[in-house]
Design a protein around this ligand. Structure first.
Ligand SMILES: *[C@@H]1O[C@H](CO)[C@@H](O)[C@H](O)[C@H]1NC(C)=O
Ligand SMILES: *[C@@H]1O[C@H](CO)[C@@H](O)[C@H](O)[C@H]1NC(C)=O
Ligand SMILES: *[C@@H]1O[C@H](CO)[C@@H](O)[C@H](O)[C@H]1NC(C)=O
Ligand SMILES: *[C@@H]1O[C@H](CO)[C@@H](O)[C@H](O)[C@H]1NC(C)=O
Ligand SMILES: *[C@@H]1O[C@H](CO)[C@@H](O)[C@H](O)[C@H]1NC(C)=O
Length: 946
């Protein structure tokens, strides 16, 4: 939790924008001369070239001094990957270090210069480069001025409004605090990614996008910087009815902006270097998933959390005490709704201090956690990034004292500890670069685990969030947190008329009212929590107020770098300025947490649901989409967030179902509990003071949730294997339909449906007061309803089909060709569920075939250590399985198989080797069912239909 919306205790005031001092720079971007190659110094390296660039004219000093000499390296790393790096020759500018981001390995191979999918060309004077897809001649990235449209609006560095995106000059600019690079784009370019961002569409607006990356604790505002930073995009280009996809990563942890304007792509970075990876997605026609797999070779494959984490998790902020908490756990059980884990927000802490338990209100927490464990459930507490300092001489907080002694906190330039303010009052911030930080962090978690044996960690406020700008002095008071009243409701719900129950009807009258449609203004909801408590250090203005101010926050509110975070001039033990590594903080703190949990669990897997994130963080951490709202818009937005994170190789992500901020209502909560049930991380979470939204609170929500969880738990082998596959080869779990059908123009901007893996298509209801949804069923394979097994009647694959969607119905379809291995009897926990035999549901393709690949392991040991992989194949002739890496004993047999779409004569006999298999055929539903197979999955299977 934590949000901008509930913050009564702290004074609010907007941070004033300090006037730019104009002495050191001209801000005259138009005068920047660009660079030229000194050809005498160009070196041909084995895999590419290295060249020397010199400033091509008089320095413009737009936002600092132009760097005279640059080095360019272009390296063909693989057939599908080109690395282009431009950096200051003296290598003084910050570069993301190897030990933080391990660079992808590649082999020396001279031949790639002529055989790579991506061809690098450049002109010497003025220097410009372009990258061509060799197989079809398309230019994918192009910095030549002649190719980039110019816009002639005057440049205004002070402009804070969203209505201006000026592109005055496309020469390369390279200064210590301003780097600019532009590339030509096709009109109406199909660009996806550039996260972390809450966006109305997964496809970014190519006429009008300004996406900033600067980690910020802000309750999911749209189209601006939020918690994480992944300056990566996928572009889909359709030519002659074929789709070609490529990807571009700018590996930078500095604050930056990416602008899209008709025909132009531009990045402005306030430090560091240009470090690009271009990915071809493979030769010839390809799909977005090919690019995403390429990307996994750069940023690493995702960490697979334990099997139990796929269960349903529940929490809220605002448990009063242990009895309150316990009664909700019991109510869930009494309602018969499976709950895999209880997460807990900051309520349990003593004075909001990490690693403590308030013994007045939560003295029985240990007992409750033990009880959860006895029932096979888990406990996942929150952990906040900031560490409170003691508030006076008699105050004791050992975790601060031990950290202070070991010198593990972020510092001011003068060497004192940097002091900010978070929930517990005055705080310091862990310095992940300090020699002893990981050790101290691990020991602290270990002590807490001895007291409360938690099963995973929810890691919050890692941006790092701080409620004031600049470093404070001395010891502060304890924070007095008074939650503000929660007054907002989903669109169309008016509690003045319908009361605070949030029901869908009152005596049969719908509470949703189109006329009174409320769309709570974002501004109103995001009431500022904090203002400046003390002003920022002005003598280090260059870091805190860089000459070029990247656009932070929303257009109405223009923030400075230090807004609600640690000041950019704070320093780390190894000499890093916060200015350069701010966007890495969440990544580094999660990494320390990974080390701590690995120690505690002896190397067994665990989950870290972390907030701030960076390129490559999926290799050890998971994420939730942050402080969303109980609105239909927020629910719709969550789908795009899930697409982003699967593309960023961090697929184990989810949104808080029913919405976090604001009050929910029955209809929204019911729809959301269903939608979220088929996303990787499934959790319901709620803010302090909002009406309760546990799924048992309304009958419709309870019923819909039970059905949804039952489906999810049956599908766990599929969900887990889909996640497993991404961890092995980078294939994205969550996919918009266009990933599979990238030439279908009607799907390029369509994110109202999602695929999980290859075969599971979800078409949720996303608007209030509807009983139908429009859904596409593209391609020439049949689609079958998960519940009824009915085939969808599709007359035109490019037109949508209207489906019924009653309040408690979620439309789930299987594409033809699926072998869905299922747990036959979902239980109250994931473990109970796994202790039942398997069934399978098979949907035949148009060629009467189906297949599936499943991974099995114990669900908690180190990844890929003891795994069994089984490939299933079905055709009109029979059903086979092939076992690979047979290292884990699956334990449960496959008993029943239902094959749907069997539209011919049924077989006369079904033989498993020499043994007859019991079967029956239902002509109405065209289903061939095999019974009592009792097939142990570690053995291969060969069943014939005669
Ligand atoms: C930006 O605003 C400041 C203060 O209002 C002003 O002095 C300065 O001239 C402006 N700069 C530009 C480039 O417009
Ligand atoms: C840039 O490189 C040129 C040629 O190598 C050299 O003469 C010059 O001193 C360099 N300038 C700077 C500022 O390093
Ligand atoms: C880290 O801890 C060791 C042992 O306590 C200590 O000797 C050393 O000075 C600490 N390092 C720093 C940078 O404080
Ligand atoms: C060090 O810097 C911080 C932040 O600017 C300031 O609050 C503090 O007073 C300074 N301490 C000393 C000893 O100079
Ligand atoms: C809610 O209903 C009340 C009573 O009819 C009305 O005065 C108010 O304007 C409505 N609020 C909204 C946001 O529509």
């Amino acid at each position: 939790m934590k949000l901008k919306l509930a913050t009564a205790a702290f004074v609010s005031a907007a941070v004033a924008l300090t006037p730019l001092s104009s002495e050191d720079y001209t801000s005259k971007i138009k005068d920047c001369p660009g660079y030229a190659v000194d050809s005498a110094q160009t070196e041909h390296t084995t895999n590419g070239l290295k060249a020397h660039l010199q400033l091509a004219g008089d320095a413009c000093n737009a936002f600092g001094e132009d760097v005279q000499n640059l080095t360019l390296e272009a390296t063909y790393e693989t057939k599908e990957r080109l690395h282009v790096k431009i950096y200051d020759q003296e290598e003084k500018h910050f570069q993301v270090p190897e030990d933080i981001f391990e660079r992808p390995q590649f082999e020396e191979n001279e031949a790639l210069k002529n055989s790579s999918d991506l061809q690098f060309d450049y002109t010497e004077a003025p220097f410009a480069f372009w990258i061509t897809r060799r197989s079809n001649g398309q230019v994918l990235f192009d910095t030549r001025l002649s190719e980039i449209p110019s816009y002639s609006e005057p440049f205004d560095a002070n402009d804070t409004s969203a209505s201006v995106s000026v592109m005055p000059n496309h020469n390369l600019i390279f200064e210590p605090q301003y780097i600019q690079l532009s590339s030509a784009l096709p009109q109406q370019a199909n660009i996806y990614g550039l996260g972390e961002a809450v966006t109305p569409h997964y496809r970014r607006n190519s006429s009008y996008t300004r996406q900033t990356n600067w980690s910020n604790d802000e309750g999911t505002p749209r189209n601006t910087n939020i918690y994480g930073s992944h300056p990566f995009y996928i572009e889909n280009r359709v030519k002659d009815g074929k789709s070609f996809n490529h990807g571009v990563l700018l590996l930078s942890s500095n604050g930056l902006e990416t602008w899209l304007r008709d025909g132009v792509f531009q990045q402005r970075i306030i430090g560091g270097v240009l470090d690009y990876y271009f990915l071809s997605g493979g030769e010839g026609e390809n799909k977005p998933a090919d690019v995403i797999r390429n990307y996994s070779e750069v940023v690493g494959k995702p960490y697979l959390p334990p099997y139990w984490t796929l269960g349903f998790h529940m929490t809220r902020w605002g448990y009063e005490n242990d009895s309150d908490f316990e009664s909700i756990l019991n109510d869930m059980r009494d309602a018969g709704i499976p709950q895999e884990s209880a997460f807990m927000d900051i309520d349990f802490m003593l004075a909001y201090r990490d690693w403590t338990v308030d013994q007045n209100r939560f003295s029985r927490l240990r007992e409750i956690v033990d009880k959860l464990h006895e029932r096979g459930q888990k406990f996942v507490p929150i952990h906040d990034n900031a560490i409170p300092i003691t508030r006076n001489e008699s105050d004791a907080y050992d975790f601060y004292t031990s950290g202070h002694e070991q010198d593990v906190f972020i510092k001011n330039q003068n060497g004192t500890e940097y002091i900010g303010q978070v929930w517990p009052g005055y705080t310091v911030f862990p310095d992940p670069y300090a020699e002893n930080a990981t050790k101290w962090w691990t020991e602290s978690f270990q002590k807490f685990h001895d007291e409360i044996p938690f099963d995973s960690i929810w890691l919050d406020m890692t941006e790092p969030a701080s409620f004031n700008s600049g470093s404070l002095n001395g010891m502060g008071p304890l924070a007095q947190y008074q939650p503000s009243e929660v007054t907002s409701w989903p669109e169309g719900y008016n509690n003045t008329i319908s009361g605070n129950s949030g029901n869908i009807t009152i005596d049969g009258d719908l509470t949703y009212k189109q006329q009174s449609q409320q769309s709570p203004s974002r501004r109103q909801m995001l009431s500022r929590r904090m203002g400046t408590l003390e002003t920022v250090d002005n003598d280090l203005e260059k870091l805190t107020f860089p000459p070029y101010q990247i656009h932070l926050g929303t257009p109405e509110e223009f923030f400075t770098l230090g807004h609600d975070t640690v000041s950019a001039n704070a320093t780390h033990e190894n000499g890093f300025d916060e200015y350069d590594v701010h966007n890495l903080n969440g990544h580094m703190v999660a990494k320390m947490t990974r080390d701590a949990l690995d120690t505690i669990y002896g190397g067994n897997r665990s989950m870290i649901i972390a907030r701030s994130n960076f390129v490559g963080m999926g290799t050890f951490s998971q994420h939730w989409l942050g402080d969303n709202y109980s609105t239909w818009m927020s629910m719709r937005d969550s789908i795009k967030g899930l697409f982003q994170f699967s593309a960023f190789q961090m697929p184990f992500v989810g949104a808080d179902a029913c919405g976090f901020g604001g009050n929910t209502d029955e209809e929204l909560c019911t729809r959301w509990m269903m939608l979220a049930s088929l996303t990787p991380f499934y959790r319901n979470h709620n803010t302090h003071g909002a009406i309760p939204q546990e799924p048992y609170r309304w009958d419709s929500t309870a019923n819909a949730t039970k059905t949804a969880i039952n489906t999810r738990y049956q599908l766990l082998p599929y969900m887990y294997s889909t996640l497993y596959k991404q961890s092995v080869d980078g294939t994205p779990v969550m996919r918009p339909l266009f990933y599979e059908f990238p030439t279908h123009s009607e799907l390029l901007d369509w994110d109202d449906q999602f695929l999980v893996g290859d075969h599971l298509l979800v078409s949720p209801a996303l608007f209030p007061n509807v009983t139908q949804v429009d859904a596409y069923f593209p391609g020439d394979e049949p689609y079958y309803d998960w519940y009824s097994h009915q085939k969808v009647n599709v007359t035109d694959e490019h037109s949508s089909v209207t489906l019924d969607a009653g309040l408690t119905d979620l439309n789930v379809h299987l594409r033809g060709g699926a072998f869905m291995l299922l747990h036959s009897e979902p239980g109250m926990t994931v473990t109970e569920t796994t202790e039942t035999p398997f069934n399978a549901l098979v949907t035949l393709s148009k060629d009467k075939k189906a297949e599936g690949q499943y991974y099995f392991d114990d669900g908690f040991s180190q990844f890929n250590e003891t795994v069994t992989c089984v490939m299933f194949n079905v055709s009109a002739e029979g059903m086979q399985s092939r076992v690979e890496m047979n290292n884990y004993d699956i334990g449960q047999p496959l008993n029943r198989v239902d094959i749907i779409g069997w539209d011919g004569e049924p077989p006369k006999s079904v033989m498993n080797g020499d043994a007859q298999v019991e079967f029956n055929y239902d002509a109405d539903s065209q289903t061939l069912s095999l019974h009592s197979l009792n097939h142990m999955l570690n053995e291969s299977m060969d069943i014939t239909f005669d």
